[in-house]
Design a protein around this ligand. Structure first.
Ligand code: ADP
Length: 248
């Protein structure tokens, strides 16, 4: 039963840039349906880790598995994406002149598996899925408005919605609340915690208040490997974590 096994598994992963080990013997397991926060100082390797998972960067050694069947190191970037691994970068990149609805429609078409049948199927099924996603991201009332009028927070939610159109199994989210208001952060916490369970979510975030509000389990990266892992209370009271990160 996949629900209880790991969805993502990195074992002894190492990657060097000009002899510098950005990722150094990294071991990480994400369970199916889990919401995990990754924290750590600048340069800890968080971005490089995401790049390895999505196939953008190839490690020098180690293993990366998606579920028990997919060896990600034998696959290219588009094939990894089509397994259902979606990545959201920090800056939102929605199409401002298109409506919210059209942005979601387009995100669906970006899935090359359904493109040939898209026009034939721009009917009940897809519209229902768009409605469902609009509900999840809280933008139903704005569906006919151009994305350009949305607030920064709403654009971030729309972009998460665009990823959801592809029914991902794993979402990688980079600093979702940077630049958000308190209220937008609360709404984002609800959104991400609501997604977990249905899909697995890995969030890289610097805002410790936000991490505390969403995380069940936190992984602290330092110098390319895992320094500590556990609940926010556990890691935030760990003397090594305080020394390299929280105490700064
Ligand atoms: P984080 O996201 O935690 O801030 P990064 O993964 O961006 O950390 O970087 C980890 C380390 O690897 C840093 O020291 C960074 O300078 C280095 N690094 C990352 N990408 C490259 C690259 N393409 N070439 C050289 N060094 C890199």
């Amino acid at each position: 039963d996949v629900r209880h096994g790991p969805i993502l598994y990195l074992e002894d992963v190492t990657v060097s840039f000009d002899g510098f080990k950005a990722i150094n013997d990294l071991n990480l397991t994400i369970d199916d349906g889990e919401l995990r926060c990754i924290i750590g100082p600048n340069g800890a390797g968080k971005t490089t880790m995401m790049d390895i998972i999505t196939g953008k960067t190839r490690p020098d050694s180690g293993q990366v598995w998606f579920g028990s069947r997919h060896d990600l190191l034998s696959m290219n970037e588009p094939d990894i994406a089509s397994l259902g691994i979606g990545r959201k970068f920090q800056k939102p990149t929605v199409f401002e002149v298109l409506t919210v609805f059209e942005n979601l429609e387009l995100a669906m078409a970006a899935d090359k598996r359904i493109l040939p049948t898209l026009t034939a199927r721009m009917n009940g099924e897809i519209r229902d899925h768009i409605d469902e996603v609009l509900e999840i991201i809280g933008l139903k009332a704005l569906h006919a408005r151009p994305a350009g009028i949305l607030s920064h927070g709403q654009k971030q939610w729309l972009e998460i919605g665009m990823l959801l159109m592809q029914r991902p199994r794993l979402l990688l989210v980079d600093e979702p609340v940077a630049g958000m208001t308190e209220q937008e952060m609360e709404r984002t916490a609800e959104l991400l915690t609501g997604l977990a369970g249905k899909q697995s979510v890995v969030v890289v975030e610097h805002d410790m208040g936000f991490v505390r509000s969403i995380a069940r389990k936190v992984t602290v990266l330092h110098q390319g490997s895992v320094l500590a892992e556990g609940s926010m209370d556990q890691v935030s009271s760990d003397p090594r974590v305080i020394e390299v990160y929280l105490g700064a």
